[in-house]
Design a protein around this ligand. Structure first.
Ligand SMILES: NC(=O)c1ccc[n+]([C@@H]2O[C@H](COP(=O)([O-])OP(=O)(O)OC[C@H]3O[C@@H](n4cnc5c(N)ncnc54)[C@H](O)[C@@H]3O)[C@@H](O)[C@H]2O)c1
Length: 347
């Protein structure tokens, strides 16, 4: 950025609000899903740096955490940066979202941060785009699901529903299960408001939800497995295990397992990590979504398929840079004048 004949210069620094982010991403489900697909390919080809996420936890607030996701992505995006995202589950009872986040974008050439973006929307968007992409790619060669079930229906479930419908999915039946009756009612209200076709059923049992759905989306906040019964998956559903810790090892061992990134996903006591700890190996993993997209791995039709995406910082960067470019194109960047002020070496 900003390289001219005198060499690199300090880029202007902007702050991008959630309202701006939302406007830039509204109705862009197809474009963002394509961008996420391209980003997985660049990452799969090694054109990225994506070190392990750092989990900041607190002895006095054990259910809460703040995660740092530093990353660098090449391809056509070429940007470095950091997502800093909090999860405070008790917020929900107070009527505010569980997750809050900022994303810092750093200039590829000078390293200077050139934007800070509200990032809970970017994070939910890249998560939902990844889920919609996985639903499409992992159902190829199998019968395409017509009955979707949402297991845990907060903000992420809503975004995934928006991305599924925004990328062409329609369902004859939509099934809902949540431990909280308020959440289930809120999600049903959203489905009605958004004009979801087909029948909507709210279940009071996890088993009924899973048995009724051939595409199951887990978006709970469970810290350890609570679904153990392998027979609930006898109909070989496609499972988007976005919340990562719902399924017991025996369920994964009876399924074809696909992840976004092997090293990332086998950490932090995710269900795949528990399987590795139990079996002492990684034989239960079929490969990554990129492996499936590239045809290196084929997904069988006669077993459940479970996609466990750890959530990669490179996706946040790609979507964040898309938002930045869009706001810049519209001439709506809020530039903070003189943000970097000490620019002469000897004053
Ligand atoms: N893998 C990724 O890339 C990625 C990215 C973003 C979020 N997430 C995960 O998605 C999950 C959902 O996030 P959110 O912002 O929608 O949270 P949220 O708090 O808004 O909603 C979670 C819902 O799950 C319900 N729930 C909790 N435990 C349950 C259980 N055992 N059975 C059924 N319902 C249950 C809650 O009542 C709530 O309605 C979180 O675990 C988050 O970490 C994953």
């Amino acid at each position: 950025m900003n390289a001219d004949t005198r060499g690199p210069v300090v880029p202007p620094f902007s702050v991008i609000s959630g309202a701006q982010v939302q406007r830039a991403l509204q109705g862009q489900e197809k474009q963002i899903t394509e961008l996420v697909e391209a980003t997985y390919r660049w990452h799969g080809a090694g054109d990225s740096v994506n070190p392990p996420s750092y989990f900041l936890r607190f002895p006095d607030r054990p259910s809460s955490r703040i995660i740092a996701l530093p990353a660098s992505i090449g391809g056509q995006v070429r940007v470095d940066g950091l997502k800093w995202i909090s999860s405070f589950p008790e917020n929900v009872a107070a009527g505010i979202p569980r997750a809050s986040a900022v994303l810092i974008l750093n200039d590829h050439e000078t390293g200077y941060p050139f934007a800070v973006l509200e990032s809970s929307i970017i994070s939910a968007t890249r998560t939902a785009a990844s889920a919609a992409l996985a639903a499409d790619r992992l159902s190829q060669g199998r019968s395409r699901p017509t009955r979707v079930g949402f297991f845990g229906v907060g903000l992420i479930a809503r975004y995934i529903h928006t991305f599924l419908t925004g990328t062409g999915w329609t369902f004859d039946e939509t099934h809902v299960f949540d431990l909280s009756a308020d959440s289930a009612a809120g999600f049903r209200g959203y489905l009605e408001q958004s004009g979801t076709p087909g029948r909507v059923t709210v279940h009071d049992s996890a088993e009924a939800l899973i048995r009724s759905s051939d595409l199951v989306v887990f978006a709970t906040i469970a810290g350890e497995p609570h679904v153990h019964d392998v027979s609930w998956f006898d109909h070989n559903p496609l499972v988007l295990h976005v919340s990562l810790r719902d399924l017991a090892p025996e369920v994964l061992l009876a399924s074809t397992n696909v992840v976004d990134d092997v090293e990332h996903c086998l950490k932090a006591n995710t269900s795949p990590h528990l399987v590795e700890q139990r079996t002492g190996n990684r034989d239960f993993l079929a490969g990554t979504l990129d492996d499936v997209m590239a045809g290196r791995v084929t997904v069988p039709a006669d077993r459940p398929v479970v996609f466990s995406p750890f959530g990669l910082g490179v996706l946040d960067l790609a979507v964040g840079k898309y938002v930045y470019d869009e706001i810049a194109r519209l001439g709506e960047l809020n530039v903070i004048e003189d943000f970097f002020h000490e620019l002469k070496r000897y004053g």
